[in-house]
Design a protein around this ligand. Sequence first.
Ligand code: SF4
Ligand code: SF4
Ligand code: SF4
Length: 804
Amino acid sequence: MAFELREGIFAIDEMRNVSIRIGKVIEEAEEWAEEMGPTPKPGIIELRKWDMKLLERYEPFYAPVQDFCNLCTMGPCDLSQNKKGACGIDLKTAKARLVTIACCIGAASHGGHARHLLDHLIEELGEDYPIDLGGNVNVEAPIIRTVVGIRPRTLGDLKEAMEWAEKELMRVLHATHIGNEESYLDYESKAMHISMVDHVLMEIADIAQIVAYNMPKAEPNVPLTDTGFGIVDKNKPVIVVVGHNVLYSKPILDYLEEMGRLDDFEIAGLCCAVHDMTRVSGGRAKIFGPISYQLRVIRSGIPDVMISDEQCIRADLLQACKAMGIPLIATSDAAARGLPDASDWPVEKIVNALVTGELPGVFLPVPEKVGQVAPLVAEAIFKKHGGNRKYRFFANDEELWNEINKCTQCMNCVFTCPHNLRIDQGMAHAQKTKDLSKLAKLEEQCIACGKCEQACPKNIKIINVIMASNFDRLYNKKGKMRVGRGPIQDTEIRNVGQPIVMGQIPGVIAAVGCANYPDEAKSLREILEEFVKRRYIVVTSGCHAITLGMITDEEGQTLYEKTPGDFDAGGLANVGSCVANSHIAGAAIKIANIFAMRPLRGNYAEIADYVLNRVGAVGFSWGPYSPKAAAIATGFNRLGVPVVVGPHGAKYRRAYLGKYFKKEKWWVYDIKTRSKVPIEPAPDALLVAVETKEEAIVQLARLCIRPNDTSLGRQIKLTHYLELSQKYLGKLPDDWHLFVRSEADLPLKMKDELLHILESEYGWKIDWDKKKILEGPIRRYDAGFNPTIVEEVYEKYAGEKPPQ
Ligand code: SF4
Ligand code: SF4
Ligand code: SF4
């Protein structure tokens, strides 16, 4: 006998403790008529053919960083000058393996985060808790649909995607063991595979937290939140969170709200943990800055208690907090920091141990307890110092000058600094003139990594000197960041899908990633503002979103305050924390689905092919450093989205570069003409590092060009590309002619000039009476052009085998 427990869930009398949930099967059959595509839940091999197509065109280029290997005890092995390691591996393959390992770490980080959140939320809310991303989002979970082939309706459904992703992670990590792959291309394919998995994991994490914590659901008009160093009220206890998993810090808000005491505290933080705190608090939590502000905040003595969770947090956090008398509560099992596990201790015992200084910190992986302990500790510590120790890097001026006067200008610090900041010159100038301005200037560029202090033979507290020198500016830095909105609405995609695919919206620039900026953070604003003004769609996330919210113009306003939050031409949409990057990839996928009606279900290669040929989206990471950023970028690459990284991005060791002069590599099948046609090299790179902000701007505009652009679209894109190159590099680019298919593609204002150049410099034939190009372009423009590089896609839509 069977009993229905809840709708669709049955228990069978004879089989005690067994229940069968059949609702999901019925629902899917009834509601999702979309046919399953060729690659649901792909393994390592299923999309290898797609990867090889990309890798054939966009050849991996390995940076000359580190030409030895010491991954096993047969090493270290010198792999320079075509030598092989003791295991037989060559340098290229060893580097591709390292890239794969980095992408695995990135995916595992998002995966650990997602798994923890999902298990916790299912335990709290149940498997049947619905996924509701608001009325304007019907295509929820576009990545999961495309990759896994399921349409998750509840938190419980996300488990299926999670389990598949965990298996793939195991498989790819296995492949990085000594004595596996022989081909660097196969490692690159695996790096792409695990990075696609990473995008699935980010989507799981962000969807779960959006629905469970009621974060903004695809809302363009979300509140602005305070950012910057001087945002907190120093007359209140300050709770500071750092890391990525809001699971541990949200209960602090809940507890204070329940007690009616939210206004008695300041809740602020760094990086994605506080990014997400602003999403759950409607902008009430405050953001000190990106992850590079950790030591600034700690050494200033602002926090009364520090809560750490996981990823990108300093490995000496406990030491840094201890030196300032700030109690630390470590919450994630990914970073227990050698602290005693206080999970079973009564709240009073934990509070007492931290406030008396008996313990510098505790490991407390129980979110609800963190919610109670943190405010009690913050309040007690605040009472102890009465607000007096806040906002200081040195007790007095004498201490600061004693440090400066110790400097001998040995330059050890300069050589070790990742930006080679001229600390020696700043110190010398201050010693001679008593003027701190040169040291103060370094603050804008310093990422407070502390490497200089390790190198200084005089043990000078260089970070404190730099921060104290810029004291007033640092404390007056205040800005506004628009809270993360989550996904892009289906209705927004409907509005912009066509102009993006045709090219009239010249592109989507997605600024994502970490804060290892090569120069002053204001460059980030300068770069993005250029594109906002030119009516590209600009999207932000993670530390880039935070940094952008800290840079004000002469009117004291941030770009968020001056720009709407829509996913539309001229808009600036902050999707949220790192895991919200999934909504950017999701938007590209939704364009293929909502605008072009391409089926998503288990249909990755077709969608990625669509994106590569038609969607002018480019990722941009000005200060990448983490393995997570490596995975995010490589995941975008597999989806057909090029990524531009700042100079430090070259240290990831590998770029994907197309070579325009290898003409045999630039082709597509045209479904309309049933032919294989040569195309312009667009986009001509999938992953490229740039040195300067000027180069970044020009490169971003260039990589928005796609084979499918209409004449008007190409004309608009070329106008921006040429104008930006002239504005920032002082010349026309070398390759603009490659993108011209007919005279209609030429920027109107420069048409005559460009026709003359095409004739005189490139030998093209021009009919000057009609001002028409007669001969020269790689191909002519055809309004019905329907490109693909995937044989199966050609066959599906052309109904025949592709031409040779
Ligand atoms: S993995 Fe191969 S190349 Fe690396 S240390 Fe071991 S034997 Fe040498
Ligand atoms: S702390 Fe700042 S100055 Fe020192 S090495 Fe790092 S970036 Fe350079
Ligand atoms: S390492 Fe120390 S002593 Fe040498 S230049 Fe830098 S700050 Fe001065």
